[in-house]
Design a protein around this ligand. Structure first.
Ligand SMILES: Cc1ncc(COP(=O)(O)O)c(C=O)c1O
Length: 381
């Protein structure tokens, strides 16, 4: 039975999983301090890039002996730079449980043609890390953005591993705790949890990853954009803000503004709590209803950023068309933008609950999902 439209609306209807909603209260005036029209190699440009690196370190709690670099081509650029530069020295294990992880499998198996064991799980589950050989180089995604499933913690990764761990953490960094001692390569992009802009990636390297870079040269050619060493030595400048090529100083300023906001909400702890509260609001909503469920099968691995939900009502005739219609209705009402599940994922909705999202907006969205669900059930009949 169709129900009345809720009285309240989210003040901010942006729930996209990337680019994610900007920090609360964002306005373009906040970017007035960007050194536009100046060289990124001028003192001011370099200072901004260095500040971005050091504030990232401070908020994420990255150890002092890990390198942090700002690299081109967003998270994809950072991940592929790592895969092309580091893999091939030993066997690899590729872990994938959604489409981005599957993309890294394609890179390694089909493009680089590396000897790799591929471990996969269906949407809603993750690979069992107890079965992974960490004496191989292991590539995995911390949070599967398109499946709403994450690695719960780093406990299964041994401290004395011989291989490197390469972790795509783009939808986790700044919303989830990351165990730095268990991660040799970590990547993310600005457009995700902090609501920054597209185009720029961050690559974080442990001392063991640097050691590999300095002692191993892959058999394949590396484009300039991927090259992190010269004459067998790490190009240290990259990790001090001397970027390989030209970054957008407007995007750098925007990232700095986001980082300052992150500090103002209590740093990493505050950011994690914000995402947790947002996700819990969705989980509680699903638990209290029998027509909607989390796509994540095990609550321990349920994402707190990209929360994916599926409709489980027997009356639904065509699952994919139904979910699309619900998302379309929410968008048309102006209460929830970009909520459709990822194109390769099971039908449903994906509600971004990352740190820049306000809990009040999630709370205001949920009754609208019920409203749109009932309206579409009625429309089917
Ligand atoms: C897990 C994961 N990896 C990689 C990407 C690609 O990120 P980018 O577009 O920043 O390169 C995304 C984007 O949504 C993602 O969610």
């Amino acid at each position: 039975m169709a129900i009345d439209a809720p009285a309240a609306r989210p003040a901010n209807p942006r729930f996209s999983s990337g680019p994610c909603t900007k920090i609360p209260g964002f306005s373009l005036d906040m970017l007035n301090d960007a050194p536009l029209g100046r060289s990124h190699r001028a003192t001011i440009g370099k200072a901004k890039l260095k500040e971005a690196i050091e504030t990232t370190r401070e908020i994420l709690g990255v150890p002092a002996d890990y390198r942090i670099g700002i690299v081109p081509a967003s998270d994809t650029g950072a991940v592929e730079m790592a895969l092309w530069s580091l893999l091939g020295a030993r066997k690899a294990t590729m872990c994938a449980w959604e489409s981005f992880g599957s993309g890294w499998v394609t890179d390694v198996v089909k493009q680089l043609k590396i000897d790799a064991e591929v471990k996969t799980a269906e949407y809603g589950d993750i690979v069992d890390f107890a079965d992974v050989d960490f004496n191989t180089d292991v590539v995995f995604t911390w949070n599967g953005t398109t499946s709403g499933v994450r690695v719960p913690n780093g406990d299964a990764i041994p401290a004395d591993r011989e291989g490197l761990t390469i972790c795509d953490a783009t939808s986790a960094a700044f919303a989830m705790e990351l165990p730095w001692d268990k991660l040799d390569v970590t990547t993310f992009s600005w457009q995700k949890v902090l609501g920054g802009e597209g185009g720029h990636g961050v690559l974080i390297l442990s001392p063991r990853a640097v050691e590999r870079l300095e002692n191993y040269a892959p058999a394949w050619p590396l484009p300039k954009i991927f090259r992190m060493t010269k004459g067998g030595k790490l190009i240290e400048g990259i990790f001090k803000g001397e970027t390989i090529n030209t970054p957008s100083m407007l995007c750098v300023e925007d990232y700095l503004v986001s980082l300052n906001w992150a500090k103002s909400v209590g740093g990493l702890k505050g950011l994690v709590e914000r995402a947790n509260a947002n996700a819990k609001a969705v989980w509680d909503f699903c638990d209290a209803r029998d027509w909607i469920a989390n796509l994540a099968n095990d609550p321990a691995t349920a994402s707190t950023t990209s929360v994916c939900v599926k409709f489980t009502d027997d009356r639904i005739k065509d699952g994919a068309a139904f979910a699309k219609a619900v998302a379309k209705r929410l968008e048309a009402e102006g209460v929830g933008l970009d909520l459709g599940a990822y194109r390769d994922a099971p039908a449903g909705l994906r509600i971004w609950c990352g740190s820049t999202v306000e809990e009040a907006d999630v709370e205001a969205l949920l009754p609208w999902i019920e409203y749109a669900f009932e309206a579409e059930i009625a429309a089917q009949a």
